[in-house]
Each structure stands twice: as C-alpha cells, then as structure tokens.
Design a binder for this molecule. Structure first.
Ligand code: KG4
Ligand code: ZN
Length: 341
C-alpha cells in the first residue's frame, strides 16, 4: 500500500509518500522559521496562510520525485491534531479532499503517534513493547507502548514541555527562534559544571516532569552573573550548558525509572528534542547500564515531518481504519484514546 502523508500542525509543512514494500519513496519539509523569527515564536495565522501556499506545490514535488501519479496512491494520511487548529485545518482539508477526488481512503493521524513511530523507520527496528519518551515543543510524555495504538501514559510535564523550556531559555539568553538547536550549539562552548541547575522532580517518586522552574533559574543566574563576569558571552554559554545538562539529566533519570517500572528493555526517543546530541549520548550510556537499548529517528525525522505521518497513517489504513468525509482537527487529543491496530 502506498500512502501520501501531510503534516501541517505547526510551523513546518511536511509531505511524504510511504510504500509498504519499498519504504519511504520521497519526502520534503519546508520550515517557516524565517516567517516567525522576527516575532520570536510561531504566529498561528501566518503559519496557516503559509501552509495554504506550500502544501499543494510540495505534494506535486514529492510525487514527481517518487515518479508517481495520483493513480499510484492508495491512501492519504494527514495530521488531525494536536496542534494549531488553523494550521491543522489546511492539511486536513487538503488531504481529505484529495483522497475524495482520487477515490482512496483517508485517515487523520495523531501528531504524537507520528513522532512515536518514527524510530520504526530506522534499522534496527525496535520490537514491541517499549517505553517511549516523547519530547517536542508542545509535549513531554513517557508512554508504555504495547503495540500500535496501545498506549499508556506513564508521566508527562505538569507545565512547560522540554522543547518549550529550551525555546524560552534560549530567548532569554538572546538566541534566535527556534531556540533548542541554538541553545545546544551555545552550550558546546560552555564550561561544564560552572553552574549547577536543579533536576526538577527527580528527588520524589513518579514519572511526571516540570521544566518551567529551570527557565526562571536561568534568568536569575543570568542577571547575577552577567553583571560580575568579565566575559558575559562566556557566562551565557556556561548557563546554556548548565541548563542543557539539567534537562538531559532529568529526562534520563525519569526514563531509567520508567524502564525499571514497566520492565521493558527498550526505550524509544522521539520528537524535536530527541535531535539533541547530549540527550542521545547520555541516554544511550545510562540505559545500557539498565540493560536497555535506546532507539531514535535520524535527526530529520526527529523534528516535524511528513514521513512520520505517512508511516503512521499507512499502519492504520492497512489495518482497514479510515475517516469518514467529515473531519475535525483537534487542538488537544489524548494519545491513549486512539484505537489499537
Ligand atoms: O517535534 P517538533 O519539531 O515540533 C513539535 O511537535 O513541537 O519539536 C520542536 C522542538 C522545539 O522546541 C525545538 O527547540 C526543539 O524541538 N529542538 C531541540 C533540538 N532540536 C529541536 N531542542 C534541543 N536540542 C536540539 N538539538
Ligand atoms: Zn512535533
């Protein structure tokens, strides 16, 4: 089965075609960073309008790259939530209309299920069951995954998501949007151990997270230190390093705890923050000591993309699941409410 995937939940337009026999035939991502950068964050209305401009030309481009015409497609998958409703509406309306015009089934995909399954596009493919750490701009969740659509939430952030904490801390350090990659780059120049940030909620049992205090800690450290340090730029790099170390170590502590609790020897890392090099390296090392193996997508499939939507949609369409002609994008959507495959 060959499925077109469309992702428009936030500030990236992603399009891909996945073939059950031959794998990912073509994929493309267009990032709206330049449009939103001067505002320091995503402006929803501008995001929607740009998806309107980009999605159809990108579908043509990806189909041409894959050497396919509309006749060759057997299904369409679009992100139906969670995300910005206006942005979701663009991809959903377009995907649903194309499927209707082409006479093929369509399915609305849960964006976080897309992220969660993206590591299955890599070799070696992790077997079920596994624990998944989903770390994106909007979500930080630990999920026990028994199979596709068989998700049990183990813990989540009570306030800011990990990516959001990266973005907000980057902003107060004077870094451009999106802050995560910029902060990680600055942290490379930082002196390890110069500052010690808290590891929130690691000293009590449970698998929930809280990251909003780290941003405040960073702000206070910045105010105190930039005034007294002879090299304020080095102070910023040291703060970036301390912040990154705190987030990474906190995520590692909770993942280790989750793996012990459910007894699965596999952890899947997914979502934009899983592109972070220090997180990957630290997680590999810490979980190896637990006898668990860590799986993650290639960097291009960590952040938002159409490939993960085509892939997740393919699994559900292949199992006979499809959406009716009516569709309703959802800003919020509980991952555990999805049907099993
Ligand atoms: O999954 P994603 O592309 O979009 C959402 O679904 O939210 O995640 C984007 C988030 C942003 O907060 C971005 O700053 C963060 O992932 N991010 C990173 C890195 N690359 C992206 N955070 C830390 N280190 C990175 N290398
Ligand atoms: Zn995402």
């Amino acid at each position: 089965m060959r499925v077109l995937g469309i992702e428009t939940s936030c500030d990236e337009t992603g399009v891909a075609v996945y073939d059950g026999g031959r794998g990912m035939l073509a994929h493309a991502v267009y990032s709206q960073i330049e449009i939103h950068a001067c505002y320091g964050g995503v402006v929803p209305e501008l995001a929607s309008r740009d998806h309107v401009r980009k999605t159809l030309p990108m579908i043509r481009q990806v189909m041409a790259e894959a050497g396919l015409s509309a006749r060759d497609l057997e299904g369409v998958a679009y992100t139906a939530g969670p995300g910005l409703v206006g942005a979701l509406l663009v991809g959903a309306a377009l995907g649903r209309s194309l499927a209707w015009a082409w006479g093929v089934p369509a399915i609305g995909v849960h964006h976080m299920e897309g992220h969660l399954l993206a590591p299955l596009l890599e070799e070696p493919v992790p077997d079920f069951p596994f624990v998944a750490l989903l770390v994106s701009g909007g979500h930080t969740q630990l999920v026990a995954v028994a199979g596709i659509g068989r998700y049990q939430l183990l813990g989540e952030s009570l306030d800011d998501a990990a990516g959001e904490a990266f973005d907000k801390t980057a902003k107060l350090l004077g870094l451009p949007y999106p802050g995560g990659p910029a902060l990680a780059a600055l942290a490379e120049r930082g002196e390890p151990g110069r500052y010690r940030f808290p590891r929130p909620m690691t000293d009590r049992p449970g698998l929930d997270f809280s990251f909003s205090g780290l941003k405040t800690f960073a702000l206070n450290t910045l105010h105190e230190e930039v005034a007294v340090r002879t090299d304020p730029d080095q102070a910023r790099a040291d703060i970036a390093r301390a912040f990154e170390e705190a987030v990474v170590e906190t995520l590692i502590v909770k993942c280790r705890r989750a793996v012990r609790q459910v007894g699965y020897p596999r952890l899947v890392l997914a979502g934009g923050v899983s592109a972070n090099r220090r997180l990957r390296a630290g997680m590999d090392e810490a979980l190896a000591k637990e006898g668990a193996r860590v799986f993650y997508p290639r960097p291009a499939f960590c952040t938002d993309n159409g490939a993960m939507i085509a892939f997740a949609g393919w699994h559900r369409l292949r199992a006979g699941q499809r959406d009716s002609l009516s569709f309703a994008p959802r800003a919020r959507w509980d991952l555990a409410s999805l049907p099993a495959v």
